[in-house]
Design a protein around this ligand. Structure first.
Ligand code: 5GP
Ligand code: 5GP
Length: 209
């Protein structure tokens, strides 16, 4: 067949901590719209299989079309900000996420619904508040990985996956939070398989941003 069948078992909804992205060796640039809020930002909504494998770039013909999401741009700038360099307006990041991942779930979500689903999931899972409620704040301190997972599980109802990065002085930091979502892109579910989180340690830093 020309294209792989557009099926998948669930989504990973991945949010990134900007302070960690900026501390890691690739450094960061603020988007043209200014420094993002000190909050988790969306990285992506990634169709996945239960065995941990996934497809990507499923439909090279369905290129990103900015005009389909004109009503969402200001929300995307706030909740799905880009931190890559050089500084840009975010369209390149959204285009990348759509073409790499979104085209593999087109049977469920068209381009507009894909980005809207990400925005709604972010609103639904207020990660920063969940952590603050447990006394875990972005203040450069180290926290137990288990406490971070537990605080998110309490708030969201399901165990998250946590990924870490390493800053230039070798500190392992809270980098990304993975939650699992059903194929409609609406409901958070228990993860069929959690990411390995192999760069984390039992205590990780939650850096300032
Ligand atoms: P990294 O190697 O930094 O963890 O991931 C690089 C890229 O590979 C991610 O931005 C994402 O596009 C893709 N990726 C990594 N892990 C997964 C996964 O478990 N599922 C899916 N669907 N994509 C992934
Ligand atoms: P992935 O392939 O892991 O889904 O997405 C990572 C790609 O998006 C990289 O090519 C990266 O340069 C680009 N990108 C642009 N802005 C960001 C950002 O704020 N965070 C991350 N993780 N990647 C970004």
């Amino acid at each position: 067949a020309l294209c792989a069948v557009d099926d998948f078992d669930f989504f990973y909804f991945v949010q990134q901590w900007p302070g960690s992205y900026c501390d890691s060796r690739h450094s960061c640039c603020y988007p043209k719209t200014g420094k993002p809020a000190a909050d988790f930002g969306i990285h992506g909504l990634w169709p996945n299989y239960k065995d941990g494998s996934y497809q990507s770039k499923c439909n090279p013909d369905h290129v990103f079309d900015k005009s389909e999401i004109s009503d969402l741009i200001s929300s995307l700038e706030k909740s799905w900000p880009t931190l890559s360099c050089p500084s840009n307006d975010g369209l390149k990041f959204w285009e990348h996420e759509w073409e790499k991942h979104g085209t593999c779930s087109e049977s469920e979500l068209d381009q507009h619904d894909y980005f809207e689903a990400g925005l709604k999931l972010k609103e639904k899972t207020n990660l920063l508040q969940a952590l603050k409620n447990a006394g875990i704040e972005p203040n450069d301190k180290f926290y137990r990985l288990e406490s971070i997972k537990e605080a998110i599980k309490q708030a969201v109802g399901h165990e998250p996956g946590i990924e870490c990065n390493v800053d230039p002085s070798g500190h392992k930091q809270l980098s990304e939070v993975y939650l699992c979502v059903d194929t409609s892109g609406m409901e958070i579910i228990e993860c069929p398989i959690l990411p390995k989180g192999s760069r984390c340690a039992s205590n990780i830093q939650f850096p300032k941003f």
